[in-house]
Design a protein around this ligand. Structure first.
Ligand code: NDP
Length: 277
């Protein structure tokens, strides 16, 4: 295990608890102390840590720190499972870099905070070498539910970013709603618990159907077309101004809606907006 920050330490601890022999390395050596006390072996250098095991899990700050840490380390015969957060392009470059040095590469996206590791709801997405994933799936399972997503090493970080995108959309929608509700001095906790959350859950349940529409390329709708939504959004933005609330997070949505309708596609459903992105 290379990297014993908050996340790396949680991952290493879960592996030790599951009965694996874990060798740990961290740039600042003192962070290894609690893990060594729990049964891990301390490595003095990254090369020593890599040499200790066919599976090398890396969880550092960013990709430059991964390349810096592994730059002089022989990788032949080792699987590098890099769980550092990064971009798809960085993952592909790192996969090629590891392959040049004789190693096998898996990239990973951790969908959990350190406290969730080895607990319910923790998920780690993997992409890259399928044989490497299958060989080490059991060890991965000790850290979080493992999910292999495909050969392209960039897929796990891409899906990680897509999940974050969905999350930001939901949180930003909540914040705009909260600002509007607060402007009327209505109790926000009551609004959130009793009205908004059940509504968002019902809306989220529709998303698989939207995904099917996008995959089929058929954006026709009998319910709420873009023209109706364009008028609705205009109404919404106007109401925000009248309440003295800034609609900044809604305006980009209005821009995309207006553009699609201006193309003469107002009869489509909201799923059609994906074609503008
Ligand atoms: P921390 O800041 O706690 O740890 C960062 C780690 O990177 C430390 O081990 C640090 O070493 C090391 N490091 C930084 N720069 C270098 C370098 N140049 N050379 C060698 N080592 C270096 O971060 P986390 O553990 O929380 O995060 C690690 C990764 O996990 C990140 O990519 C993060 O995005 C990802 N992640 C974290 C989540 C979280 O909730 N914490 C959730 C999902 C993903 P040192 O101790 O010497 O400073």
């Amino acid at each position: 295990m290379l990297g014993l920050g908050l996340m790396g330490s949680a991952l290493a601890e879960s592996l030790i608890r599951a009965g694996h022999h874990v060798t740990v390395w961290n740039r600042t050596p003192a962070k290894a102390d609690p893990l060594v006390a729990a049964g891990a072996t301390r490595a003095a250098t990254p090369a020593q840590a890599v040499e200790a095991s066919p599976l090398v899990i890396v969880c550092l700050l960013d990709y430059p720190s991964v390349l810096e840490t592994l730059k002089d380390v022989p990788l032949e015969g080792h699987v590098i499972a890099n769980l550092t957060t990064g971009r798809p392009a960085e993952a592909r470059e790192t996969a090629a870099w590891v392959a040049e040095r004789g190693g096998e590469y898996l990239d990973g996206g951790i969908m959990a905070v350190p406290q969730m590791i080895a607990g319910p709801g923790a998920l780690i997405l993997y992409s890259g070498s399928r044989p490497a994933f299958e060989r080490h799936e059991q060890a991965f399972g000790a850290m979080a539910a493992p999910r292999y997503t495909g050969d392209d090493p960039g897929l796990a970080p891409l899906l990680d970013l897509a999940m974050l995108t969905g999350m930001y959309g939901q949180i930003m929608g909540f914040l705009e709603a909260a600002a509007l509700v607060r402007s009327a001095k209505y109790p926000l906790t009551e609004f959130t618990t009793e009205l908004l959350v059940p509504w968002l859950n019902a809306m989220a349940a529709q998303q698989p159907r939207w995904a099917e529409k996008i995959e089929s390329g058929d954006h026709r709708t009998e319910v709420s077309n873009l023209e109706v939504n364009r008028a609705g959004m205009e109404n919404l933005v106007r109401a925000f101004h009248e309440q003295g609330v800034n609609p900044d997070l809604l305006l980009p949505i209005k821009t995309v809606l207006d553009r699609r309708v201006a193309r003469g596609l107002g009869h489509e459903g909201l799923s059609g907006l994906v074609e503008e992105l």
